[in-house]
Design a binder for this molecule. Structure first.
Ligand code: IMP
Ligand code: MG
Length: 185
């Protein structure tokens, strides 16, 4: 098994392997390929955190599909700052489209809740949300999630696109914080 790692001042332990992640992503892709056949869905990937999930998923989509990216941010350190900023907005016409929003993780639910009106306002013909991770114990804004790869406890994770203050996105698997182990500075 892979060893414990350090990111900034925290220790993290291996949590979900790259193999387990891709297995779930494959199941999700197969479901979308079946449900959206002939509909040319438009994926909206929320940057930064979902870039790896979106890339792996999109490679497994075998039907006609499009993808675009928006950039939202609400996090500072290991707790949501509460403020959601749109750093790069939508540049694609969503009217009449079948939209699938791709998010790395739903934590409090604030980011996705604040973003969804931007989609609704453009009158898409359908809207679904696909997430890699959901932390139900941390979710305070109720969100209807259509596809969830993993339901996880309210513990901070890094890797597979998710960061801790900018670091850890490049890790191929997911790591979970080991809260009792804080590094001496
Ligand atoms: P929410 O607005 O509280 O749902 O937070 C969603 C955003 O916070 C996600 O898009 C992630 O970028 C970030 N986030 C939430 N939980 C974690 C975590 O455990 N690790 C890394 N980033 C996280
Ligand atoms: Mg983030």
């Amino acid at each position: 098994m892979t060893e414990m790692i350090h990111v900034h001042d925290k220790c993290f332990v291996p949590y979900l392997s790259a193999e387990r992640i891709i297995e779930k992503v494959k199941v999700l892709a197969a479901q979308i390929n079946t449900e959206y056949k002939g509909r040319r869905p438009l994926f909206i990937s929320i940057l930064n955190g979902s870039f790896m999930f979106s890339s792996d998923l999109f490679k497994l989509i075998t039907i006609e599909a499009e993808i675009c990216f928006i950039k939202l941010a609400s996090y500072k350190g290991t707790r949501s700052s509460g403020q959601v900023i749109t750093a790069i907005g939508l540049d694609t016409d969503l009217k009449g489209r079948d939209i699938i929003v791709l998010e790395d993780i739903i934590d409090t639910g604030k980011t996705i809740t604040q973003f969804l009106p931007q989609v609704y306002n453009q009158q898409p013909s359908s809207l679904k949300i696909a997430v890699l991770l959901h932390k139900p114990a941390a979710t305070v804004y109720p969100v209807k999630i259509d596809y969830t790869c993993f339901t996880i406890p309210d513990k901070f994770v890094v890797g597979y696109g998710l960061d801790y203050n900018g670091l850890g996105r490049n890790l191929a698997q997911l790591y979970q914080v080991k809260e009792d182990l804080l590094l001496e500075k």
